[in-house]
Every structure is written in C-alpha cells, then in structure tokens.
Design a protein around this ligand. Structure first.
Ligand SMILES: [Zn+2]
Length: 412
C-alpha cells in the first residue's frame, strides 16, 4: 500500500485539477464515556465520475442532521432495503459537469460490540460510514480527523500525520468503509523483530503470553505467505489490532487485521486458522462480497490458512479441516452463479467459503503443488476479482484442459 500512499499525496495535492479516485474528508468527534459520536463526512467524486444521481447509504440507527450539496439540482432522503437490511438512503442529483460533492453530518451511539470500557472501535465492520451501494470496497483517498477528550489516544492503520492533545489526523487510501480510528486512554504496542515486521496494538490489558505467541506466529505466517501466495507481491508490514470487543475477526485493505476476541490463543488450531485466514486477506481482497466472485476472497483465504497449517507440520489438522469443509459443502448449489441473497446466511458460508476451499484443494491435486502456487501467486499479484479472470490464469499456467475441468467443478 506504499504506492497508494504516494497516490493519496498526489491526489490531495492536485485536487483542483483532476483526481483519480473519490476523496473523502471525515471529521469524527468521539465521546468515549457515553459511547457516542458525531461525524462530518464529505465525499467528492473523482473527476471522471459523471454519475447524475449519487446514492449514499447510511446506518439508519444514526441521526442525520444535515445534508449539503450546493451544486445539486435536488436531494432527498428515503428508506431503502439493501443486502437484507434497512438503510437510510441519501440521493443527490447533479446537473451537467458540476463538481459532485456532498456533505453529511450525523450522530449516533456506537453499536454493541464496537466498544468496551477501555476502547471504542470505528473500523471496517463498525458500519459507521456512509457508502455507495455495492461499492463498499471501492478505493478512496481519505483524510480522517479524530477529536477525542485530551486524555484519550487514537490509533489507525497508518501513523498520524498530525497530532496534538485531543486531535489526531490520518491520511491514506483504502476502501469506503475502512478508514479506522481506535480510541482508548491507553494502548500497548509490541513489534516483532522480523522482516517484514508485525505490530501488535492492544487495549484493555498489557500483552500476556498468548499475545507474545500470537506475534511470533503472525510473523511466521506472513513470512510463509511472502514465499508462496505473496511471492510476486510481498507484504512489507502488518498491524494486528486486539481491541477486545469480542465481535469477530476481519482484515483491512491497508495491511491490518482486527481480531476482537477477548480470548484468542493461537496454540488452539481454530484460532491459528482464523489468524492465518485474516493475514492472507492482504492478498485475497478483491472478489465482490455480494456475488459468487466473493470466493476469490474467502475460499482463497481459507485455503491459504490450510496451506500454512500443513506447511507448519500439522498434516493431521490439514486433512481434518478439509474433510470438515467437504462435508459441509456436500449437496450445496453450484458456486458458479451462486446468489447469496436467495438463501439463508449459512448457505453463503457453505458455498463461498467451504465449497470454494474444497475446489481449490482439488485443483492443487490436479495440477500439482508447484503449478498451483504459481497460479495463486499470479492471481494475488493481479488483484484478480472475477472467476473468469481466475480461469484465464489457470489456463495460462496449467493448460486448457485444467481450465475446463475447473469450470465443470465450479458448475457442479
Ligand atoms: Zn475472510
């Protein structure tokens, strides 16, 4: 993401003359004692984006206080259904060639699972930012200013570019929903002595033995991936946040992973696989979350975690996990053309994660481990986001017969 950092600098530096990605300016004021916040959000579409009606969805639990879009011909707020949820929908129409900019001011309380007495988490799964429908993961260049009481500190995926007591400023490039602010009175940080380095950022309690083991394991996993799936596009660093909010684990595009479990011990195989899955999302992040192409993120991350498990010497665990996933995938609809919104949520896991993983394991059997790694490394380096593009890579590396076989597996 270093390149993207440079890009962000260029974009902000030349915002008057033309810019390649949307620009987002966020001012977040947090009141940690009451777990509440106010957010002032400004979105400027890229110069080439001539959308006539801009739609933004916002968490309906928030109070929308103000919308400002000076050059719009009209604007309205309605309620919409989106991905199985009800959202507040802001629509703004722009005439002709005007600059497409909108500002929203909203306030609300943090959702359960996004805070404890020690920490408040505003990040990729906190649902705290507006987004364009089906474009949550579109890249934006952002400036995030966070205001907190002076006794509090703020961390993000990048170091603060400016800071004074009570105010922290971060800049970078990431997806619409992933600008991150973790707020606490005290952070504990540990950095591995390895290359690439892994940083652990913890709140609540000082690092204990499981955290030390976690840091060592994360460094080993990252090194393994850099030699395998990531060998054409190696990671330079990784940050792991441990906020203790107990609401799952997820990764962020900007080389960071958030593990919120209040107890997490990689001596346990299940926790180790979660860690390895999340770290691999550095390379597997481009298949759309809404479509069957999501297997390019989730099945690839799951199978990467199994490859690490096997390489670390746990062949029994590798076989057991694969058998468990295969049993769960039995009798499910084809991955090819799978529409997650036609089924209850568990089917999404069974097809996109579990069936996809068993198909990857079968592909490895078929083409052999070396050619399989070449396929994975190329798929990662090209930020492949659709199944047809993946099939093309399989054909280039392993031939048209392998491609035809894989297509049949995906349609089965
Ligand atoms: Zn995942």
């Amino acid at each position: 993401m270093r390149y993207l950092w440079l890009l962000a600098g260029l974009i902000f530096g030349s915002a008057g003359t033309g810019w390649a990605v949307p620009i987002v300016q966020i001012r977040l004021r947090v009141a940690p004692a009451t777990h509440s916040f106010t957010c002032h959000y400004r979105l400027t579409l890229s110069a080439s984006d001539t959308t006539s009606v801009l739609t933004l969805y916002l968490n309906r639990a928030f109070a929308l206080q103000r919308i400002s879009s000076p050059r719009a011909s009209w604007q309205r707020v309605i309620t919409s259904r989106y991905a199985g949820d009800t959202v507040r929908c802001v629509q703004v129409r722009y005439p002709g060639h005007s600059r497409r900019q909108v500002e929203l001011t909203y306030s609300g309380s943090m959702a359960e699972g996004e805070f404890t007495d020690q920490v408040a988490v505003f990040s990729g799964h906190s649902n705290w930012l507006p987004f364009r429908p089906y474009a949550e993961y579109e890249l934006v260049a952002y400036k995030l200013t966070v205001q907190v009481p002076p006794s509090y500190q703020v961390r993000s995926t990048t170091p603060a570019t400016r800071q004074r007591p009570g105010q922290w400023v971060f800049r970078g490039t990431t997806s619409h929903i992933e600008p991150t602010a973790v707020v606490a009175q005290r952070f504990y940080q540990a950095v591995s002595a390895t290359t690439p380095p892994v940083a652990l950022v913890k709140t609540g309690a000082p690092p204990a033995r499981p955290d030390t083991v976690l840091l060592r394991r994360a460094a080993a996993i990252l090194a393994f991936y850099n030699q395998t799936i990531g060998r054409l596009d190696p990671a330079r660093h990784l940050t792991i946040f441990l906020p203790g909010t107990n609401s799952g684990a997820y990764s962020l595009l900007d080389d960071a992973t958030v593990i919120t479990y209040s107890t997490f011990d990689v001596a346990d195989r299940g926790d180790l696989l979660i860690l390895a899955h999340e770290i691999s999302h550095k390379w597997w992040a481009y298949g759309s979350f809404h479509t069957e192409h999501g297997w390019l993120s989730e099945a690839f991350a799951t199978y990467s975690s199994l490859l690490y498990l096997q390489a670390s010497g746990d062949e029994t665990g590798y076989q057991a996990e694969l058998a468990r996933l295969a049993a769960s995938a039995a009798g499910t609809p084809p991955l090819w053309g799978f529409d997650r919104y036609q089924y209850p949520f568990p089917m999404y896991r069974r097809v996109i994660y579990n069936k996809g993983t068993t198909i990857l394991a079968a592909l490895r059997q078929r083409v052999g481990p070396e050619r399989f790694l070449t396929i994975l490394a190329r798929t990662a380096a090209q930020k492949t986001s659709t199944t047809p593009d993946f099939l093309t890579i399989v054909e280039q590396v392993a031939g048209s017969e392998a491609k035809a076989w894989l297509l049949a597996e995906l349609q089965r």
